[in-house]
Design a protein around this ligand. Structure first.
Ligand SMILES: Cc1cc2nc3c(=O)[nH]c(=O)nc-3n(C[C@H](O)[C@H](O)[C@H](O)COP(=O)(O)OP(=O)(O)OC[C@H]3O[C@@H](n4cnc5c(N)ncnc54)[C@H](O)[C@@H]3O)c2cc1C
Length: 1069
């Protein structure tokens, strides 16, 4: 089945399931031609029920155990415990009620499993409609047997249900005789019950065949003289029965239907063509059916005389030149067939459209098993393992085909397969895009930067999945690989990864069933990693490390394909109703792809060799300068450009010199801007903050904002990850912004000038990530333009707000609005007259689970009921004009649509908001520290005490050295966190983010404190930025969560990783 067809409703069931070829059945039919064999004349077939007509309790139990994490084999052990006198046998003899049985059985199972076993759930499953469907092959066989005038019987060990009826989920009309253990009070293998059955059939034992899945039941029947067939697989058992009876029992071609009106082909012309081709003079009507699937390339079953064929053609109508290239399918299958790869045997390619209207090709029909469900229900773990091993093996065979010898060396381009695929699917995705999918945007950026070097070029199948393989009915052997529509030459690992997609899809996934929710090890299926290893071993190549890249690529490709299908469904070109509901699938696939990209990024990061030591030249701060002027430009004499590998592989850029030319230009422009415009104005800005006008914004700041905007130094903070299309920000990575943010951190006034200050940055990021288009238009746009400001209201005086789940403010739904009541404090920015938006956190449902009680809602600051009580101060600093306010919200009514993301999502949003915010704070703190150290160095070189410059005193030197080391350590950790956020995502960087939030404020506090000490009393004054820096560094040990909370996070993660590196147990002495 082509992946392109996934959305077609029929494809949800099965794609040309038994499409192919090599008519083993045909040949058998030819041999048997339904003569009675062995001279026997059987007159009845007796069927057991569970394991023969419907799945056996043992199989149902095994799967139920996997899903419910019950030790494997528990149920089976309990079923046979105490033999004849055990609860199961007594239940089946009708001696126990359902309730009584379940009680005793629960006790027994729990004793065996040494844990509580919910047997009721097993019993419900066992008797559910879901598992009691009669095997179609058996239904077909029974009706054929009866059509031939033979009798049928069911002889079952069964039980009474609590409604008083016996458990017999079969159509009784199929049987001449029904013998049930619960009503007879006798169970198999007791010979009496077989005799009873024979008696009711009116037959001798030798006139009957008995089918059962249990050896002991068969043995008992055989000892009476009944012929027996052991049922392992219904299909194989029916084949055996056919041989014994000499009757065809499997009629009809699975998954076919009469040809659809719109898909009719001229039968006479086809028949004439086939007779010519096959040299068949045999008469008899040609039989033509259509496979349910194959809308992409319509596929037909054709029977002519004793030949069974499959015809595959192009669809009618105008086609894109490269689409539906059945000629390519024919070519590859022919070449591979000759090279010994199991493919359907192709017979003929007819490119003459005059015969049936379009070109077509023919292959032989091949019956066999196609496993629809990749979890292989009903099989033993060892069988599953063998099936997957066979699948892996056949893939190796495909990838080992000699391209030159088979003439396939021009079947596709050689080399750069993945890159070309990424480009192709990106283009196709763009053409079909209906709305922005963030994960897709990230992948479009990320994939080209991480393309592995292609080691080999082989035939690639392009859609290699279990359900495109026909298996031998009795052994784990692939008879044919189907659907070569997407085949080409390429990187073989793409096929390996593609076959593992099902490992990560849920079993309920509507378009492609997976088994992510099952324990593959218990099932016996190799994990993705094992499957890759198995492949490498079989191919004789070293194991690969970047399988996560290939998984990311495969999911990306599927996402792009599904987006195309969805788009077509919207424009009405696809017929499937399901397609219309499927807008979410591309995003789902893209997110899975991004999860793998994160894993790959994390692996690359961890394995990255130490970067080339790029030099940061600290000693080159531009000579002595006025004391209020901060450290200037770092020397660029030691610039080492980032090597291409650092850029592509995501090497850590530890110095601004390593930034790309574009970002480096921004960095230099920013330094210059600070030097020319910010530092000189600091005294004036500080005077404004101490004046009576302090609660109004300084006009100087407003002027500088315009200037910064004009120079492109605006909204630099929004990370590429949140804003992949650079719709809102400068599109910098976190590492790039880290270097720039540090420069902004040199002045407390700078961040606002560049529209990069908290809490606006966090609020803007929140709106970009989670806001609706209306919310963005109303709030995000003016914030991005710097026309308004905002605040974030979470902390409350009456509860310990370190634990956000404590927050008590209420957000109550009333008459189509939300009504807010609460008391908040430390709300930064709320006093600013430009503050128009309050991002408010409160509880919408105090009864919900702990982390789903809170919601975040957008509150316009001019809503009645908001009362700012007072500004709070940090060590006496009020931080005007934004300040940090205490505020009451009384019956504040806001429209319902102001809720962000929906009720109960507050916790999740707050977490998402704080991650990037934390790292920005830390970057700025590095800036504070650098400036403090620079001021200190200038000061101690010019002041003399006890006969020499302060700088010559050992304690001062020690302090300078200590500060340099402290800053350096913290910066590296901050950059590591930023880098990890870029290559592996915010989630993967959670530990590093918590660590820097622990480290940076304390480090900055100490560096600034040493600078203050070196300054003498002047350091405490407002003449220098040191005192406010110190206050801010101290405050940041609380803001965004106190140190202790971050320590807790780090410790918890550390302990979680403990098992990885456990010390060996101490030897006993
Ligand atoms: C300058 C500044 C600006 C701020 N801006 C904002 C803002 O804009 N919006 C906003 O909503 N809030 C803001 N805050 C508030 C800040 O987020 C909170 O102060 C912080 O979350 C701590 O909450 P709390 O003050 O209620 O302390 P509590 O929760 O009462 O905690 C007190 C102390 O208990 C200890 N503690 C807490 N948890 C643990 C633990 N797990 N293990 C060990 N010890 C623990 C810590 O020592 C902690 O400092 C700001 C704070 C400051 C100082």
């Amino acid at each position: 089945m082509s992946i392109r067809c996934l959305f077609q409703p029929s494809a949800l069931h099965w794609a040309w399931r038994t499409t192919a070829l090599k008519s083993t059945l045909g040949r058998q039919q030819g041999v048997l031609r339904w003569t009675h064999s062995g001279g026997h004349s059987y007159r009845a077939v007796i069927f057991d029920m569970g394991g023969v007509l419907i799945p056996s309790p043992g199989t149902v139990a095994a799967e139920w155990e996997v899903q419910n994490h019950i030790p494997s084999g528990t149920i089976l052990k309990a079923l046979i415990r105490d033999g004849d006198s055990g609860p199961w046998m007594r239940f089946m003899r009708g001696e126990m009620t359902t309730e009584g049985f379940l009680e005793e059985f629960r006790r027994l199972c729990s004793e065996i499993a040494k844990t509580s076993v919910p047997v009721n759930s097993f019993f419900s499953l066992l008797t559910s409609e879901q598992v009691t469907k009669q095997f179609p092959v058996m239904t077909q066989a029974i009706s054929q047997i009866r059509a031939e005038g033979l009798q049928t019987a069911v002889l079952t060990n069964n039980f009474y249900l609590s409604n008083g009826k016996s458990f017999l989920p079969l159509d009784r009309k199929q049987f001449d005789v029904v013998v049930e253990s619960c009503s007879e009070g006798i169970c198999k293998p007791d010979p009496r019950i077989y005799q009873l059955c024979l008696q009711r059939l009116g037959l001798q034992p030798s006139e009957a065949i008995f089918l059962d899945d249990l050896g002991q039941n068969l043995k008992a029947a055989a000892s009476l003289g009944i012929h027996t067939i052991k049922v392992v697989q219904p299909e194989a058992a029916v084949k055996e029965l056919e041989a014994l009876l000499g009757l065809p029992l499997r009629v009809g071609i699975p998954n076919t239907r009469p040809v659809r009106k719109t898909m009719e082909i001229p039968e006479d012309a086809l028949e004439k063509y086939l007779k010519g081709l096959l040299g068949t003079h045999d008469t008899g009507p040609m039989e033509l059916l259509q496979f349910d699937h194959g809308q992409s390339n319509p596929t037909y079953y054709v029977r002519l005389a004793d030949r069974q064929l499959v015809l595959r053609k192009k669809p009618p109508g105008t086609l894109l030149p490269s689409a539906h290239a059945i000629e390519r399918e024919f070519k590859i299958m022919k070449a591979l067939g000759n090279a010994g790869v199991p493919v359907p045997t192709v017979l003929d390619l007819c490119e003459d459209s005059s015969i049936i209207g379009t070109p077509f090709y023919l292959m032989e029909y091949c019956p066999g098993i196609i496993y629809k469900d990749p979890s292989l229900p009903g099989l033993e773990p060892s069988q599953r393992q063998a099936i997957y091993a066979a699948m892996n093996q056949v893939l190796c065979r495909i990838h080992s085909v000699d391209l030159q010898a088979t003439g396939l060396d021009s079947f596709g381009k050689q080399g750069d397969y993945i890159l070309r695929q990424v480009q192709t699917w990106t283009k196709q995705y763009r053409a079909a895009e209906t709305s922005s999918i963030p994960a897709m945007e990230r992948l479009i950026q990320w994939l080209p930067l991480h393309i592995p070097k292609q080691q080999r070029t082989t035939v690639v199948h392009g859609d290699f999945r279990l359900d495109n393989l026909i298996f031998h009915p009795e052994k784990a052997e692939v008879l044919a690989v189907l659907d070569w529509e997407l085949s080409t030459l390429g990187d073989p690992f793409a096929d390996v990864a593609y076959s593992c997609l099902v490992h990560y899809l849920p079993s309920s996934f509507p378009i492609l069933r997976g088994f992510r929710d099952m324990d593959v090890t218990q099932l016996g299926i190799p994990t993705m990693e094992e499957y890759f290893r198995m492949y490498c071993l079989q191919m004789g190549i070293p194991p690969i490390e970047n399988c996560n890249f290939y998984m990311a690529f495969s999911f990306f490709r599927v996402a792009a394909i599904l987006q195309g299908v969805y788009k077509r469904s919207l424009t009405g070109q696809a017929s499937s109703a399901i397609a219309k509901q499927s807008g979410k699938f591309p995003e789902f696939m893209a997110e899975l792809a991004w999860d793998f990209a994160i894993k790959e990024g994390f692996r690359v990061f961890k394995e990255m060799p130490a970067s080339k030591p790029l030099v940061r030249s600290y000693h080159a701060w531009a000579g002595s300068r006025p004391q209020r002027t901060p450290a200037g430009v770092r020397s660029s004499s030691t610039v080492a450009a980032a090597s291409p590998s650092q850029e592509t592989k995501g090497g850590l850029i530890i110095s601004p010199e390593g930034l790309s030319p574009h970002v480096r230009k921004l960095y230099d422009r920013l330094l210059e801007f600070m030097k020319q415009n910010v530092y000189p104005l600091e005294p004036e800005l500080q005077r404004h903050q101490a004046s009576a006008d302090r609660w109004s914004p300084s006009p100087l700041i407003e002027d500088l904002k315009e200037k910064a905007k004009a120079e492109g130094l605006w909204n630099l903070f929004l990370p590429l990850e949140t804003d992949p299309e650079k719709k809102y920000g400068a599109g910098l990575t976190n590492v790039e912004y880290a270097h720039l943010c540090e420069v902004m951190g040199m002045s407390l006034y700078a961040p606002e000038i560049f529209n990069c200050s908290a809490p606006d940055t966090g609020n803007m990021e929140l709106l970009v990530r989670y806001g609706t288009e209306e919310q963005k238009a109303r709030w995000l746009v003016p914030l991005l333009e710097g026309r308004i400001r905002s605040c974030f209201a979470m902390t409350e005086p009456q509860v310990a707000s370190s634990d956000a789940s404590n927050i008590e403010a209420s957000i109550r739904e009333e008459d189509g609005s939300y009504v807010i009541n609460g008391h908040k404090w430390w709300i930064t920015g709320i006093l600013d007259p430009r503050c128009k938006l309050c991002v408010f956190m409160g509880k919408t449902d105090p009864q919900a689970p702990r982390h789903q009680q809170q919601s975040i809602i957008l509150v316009p600051m001019d809503t009645p009921g908001i009362n700012v009580i007072r500004p709070l101060s940090v060590y006496g600093l009020e931080d005007p004009p934004g300040g940090h306010g205490e505020v009451r919200f009384k019956d504040v009514r806001v429209p319902k649509e102001n809720i962000v993301l929906g009720p109960g999502r507050g916790f999740e949003i707050a977490q998402g908001r704080l991650g990037p915010g934390r790292i920005h704070h830390c970057m700025r703190l590095i800036g504070h520290s650098e400036r403090a150290l620079s001021l200190m160095k200038t000061r101690v070189m010019s002041r003399i005490a006890f006969g020499k410059p302060l700088v010559e005193h050992g304690t001062i030197l020690a302090d300078i050295a200590r500060s340099r080391v402290d800053i350096e350590q913290a910066r590296l950790l901050v950059l590591k966190a930023a880098h990890l956020m870029d290559v592996a995502g915010n989630k993967a960087a959670a530990l590093e983010i918590a660590m820097i939030k622990m480290v940076a404020p304390s480090m900055a506090y100490q560096v600034i404190d040493r600078a203050i000490q070196a300054f003498g009393a002047a350091g405490l004054s407002n003449d220098y930025p040191l005192a406010p820096f110190l206050a801010w560094a101290r405050a940041l040990r609380f803001a965004d969560g106190p140190d202790e909370v971050h320590r807790l996070t780090v410790a918890k993660m550390e302990l979680r990783n403990h098992s990885r590196l456990q010390e060996p147990a101490a030897p006993r002495v």
